[in-house]
Design a protein around this ligand. Structure first.
Ligand code: FAD
Length: 456
């Protein structure tokens, strides 16, 4: 089989590449390879009844399949250059924002209309944060919610499926550079293509490393963010979440001058397990549907670790810490903040006696046996700093789930077109190390599609 363009990975990066190609050049022959299943077949076996926690499926329905890692996410599209990736370093700040807005328009015309756009612009909280040694980052946030995000993906797929050949449950094994174009090999066959867009996200990070090795493409090791997910009564953060929905707040610790930041805030949401390459970590969701809303808000507190020579394996470091929590807790560990400060483990009784009802079934334990001291100290300091702008954050019953790890792919050497040294081979989205959000990954997809069309 011969294609004009092969796209590897049907997460936001791959989807928006395909969508842009379809809109601008409907006569192209496009293939999309996806390791996971179509959207409607993506079912995590955890039902809270027979299967209560992660059983380590071969293909994780949460991370893989049409929609990628973002399919069951909270669908927060942050339109900003302040976080979510460094796409602007390649394509410029104005272009990056324009593309994120373009993606937002497409989402709005595919079921997202009516969802709310929040903004930090002119927010009174900037000053309040500053007065308490906290920095509120700038962003406009479109909150689709897990349910509407799903509808948008369904609608986009309905249009794409007649345009591109989708190869589901087909992890690509190798990419080979030919004199003209590329050969893409998978378990039961191979295809050739003129251009290849690789958008394999975080779950494809190990495979991406192998591809770069085999094609001799330079990479840089990156960072890893480690921390906990905080869960507390929604009223404690309601003054922030009602007007901003998600506030990205950064704190510089007094002890080490490390930056600790809030990440992925889910008002009235739930805490969930996440399985990355067999390691169970924690994440969060929230829904637009009022019936699915809970009384709790959750968000992550993360500390970034950058390593210098000779250590290169930042993701390996994060995995080891997550593995330690899996070893001690059989999965994710939950601890009351009061127990942590007293230096004692939480047990079932202490959690049950607390006023915050956990939304995730996790093992009560002691996170200080898992998290390095420097990271734990930073998190405790930040909780006390947040308590000044959202009193109650440092309450004894506030729940901390661990560990939350944000893995970053190593950064692939790319030019301003997001193209490798092999002409026609583009690497985009989280798999490139350039982006780490829905909006940046999607924007990178549109960008390379346009670059490909320009060169045709
Ligand atoms: C639970 C959760 C909640 C999140 N919430 C948000 C949020 O609210 N806002 C936000 O901005 N970001 C959020 N994120 C992050 C966001 O989902 C990612 O940044 C985004 O999905 C990256 O898009 P991508 O296309 O680069 O990669 P992905 O979405 O990871 O998609 C990559 C796809 O490639 C496939 N793949 C991998 N290897 C291969 C291979 N060898 N062959 C074929 N296919 C392959 C995978 O199966 C996957 O479907 C969340 C992530 C998770 C896990």
């Amino acid at each position: 089989m011969k294609y004009d363009v092969a796209i590897i990975g049907a997460g936001p990066g791959g989807i928006f590449s395909a969508y842009e190609l379809m809109i601008k050049k409907p006569d192209l022959k496009v293939a999309v390879f996806e390791a996971g299943y179509p959207l409607e077949k993506r079912k995590c076996p955890i039902d809270g009844d027979k299967v209560k926690s992660c059983i380590g499926c071969h293909t994780c329905a949460i991370m893989n399949g049409f929609g990628g890692a973002g399919a069951f996410s909270d669908g927060k599209y942050n339109i900003t250059n302040d976080f979510g990736g460094t796409l602007y370093e390649y394509i410029g700040k104005d272009e990056a924002i324009k593309l994120m807005k373009y993606v937002d328009d497409i989402n709005m015309s595919h079921g997202g209309e009516g969802t709310k756009m929040y903004s930090t612009a002119g927010s009174e909280f900037k000053k309040i944060c500053m007065q308490n040694k906290l920095t509120l980052l700038d962003a406009s946030v479109r909150h689709l919610g897990t349910d509407i995000n799903y509808v948008v993906l369904e609608n986009i797929y309905a249009e794409l499926k007649d345009y591109a050949d989708f190869y589901f449950h087909t992890p690509v094994e190798t990419i080979e550079a030919l004199d003209k174009g590329f050969k893409v090999t998978y378990k039961d066959g191979e295809i050739e293509c003129d251009k290849c867009i690789v958008s394999v996200g975080r779950s494809g990070s190990k495979w991406m490393e192998e591809v770069c090795k085999s094609l001799n493409i330079s990479t840089l090791s990156n960072r890893v963010d480690i921390g906990v997910r905080v869960e507390l009564p929604a009223v404690i953060f309601s003054h922030l979440t009602d007007s901003l929905y998600e506030s990205k707040i950064v704190y510089r610790t007094e002890k080490y001058e490390d930056a600790v930041r809030t990440f992925c805030m889910n008002p009235h949401g739930i805490v969930v397990n996440e399985n990355t390459n067999g390691i169970v970590t924690v994440n969060g969701h929230s829904f637009e549907d009022p019936e699915k809303k809970t009384d709790n808000t959750n968000f992550a507190l993360l500390v970034s670790k950058h390593f210098s020579e000779p250590f290169k394996d930042s993701n390996g470091y994060g995995e080891s810490i997550a593995r330690l929590s899996n070893m001690l807790g059989g999965g994710v560990i939950v601890q009351r903040f009061g127990d942590m400060e007293r230096g004692r483990r939480s047990n079932r009784k202490r959690i049950e006696e607390g006023t915050v009802r956990p939304t995730l079934e996790a093992t009560p334990g002691d996170l200080s046996l898992v998290l390095p001291k420097r990271i734990l100290d930073g998190i405790v300091e930040m909780i006390h700093a947040l308590d000044k702008i959202a009193p109650g954050t440092a309450n004894e019953d506030t729940l901390l789930y661990g560990v939350e790890v944000k893995f970053y792919n190593m950064q692939v050497k790319l030019d301003e077109n997001l193209e490798t040294e092999y002409k026609g081979l583009y690497i985009i989205g989280d798999g490139s190390g350039v982006t780490h959000s829905l909006s940046h990954a999607s924007a990178s997809g549109v960008y390379v599609a346009r670059k490909i069309l320009e060169n045709m």
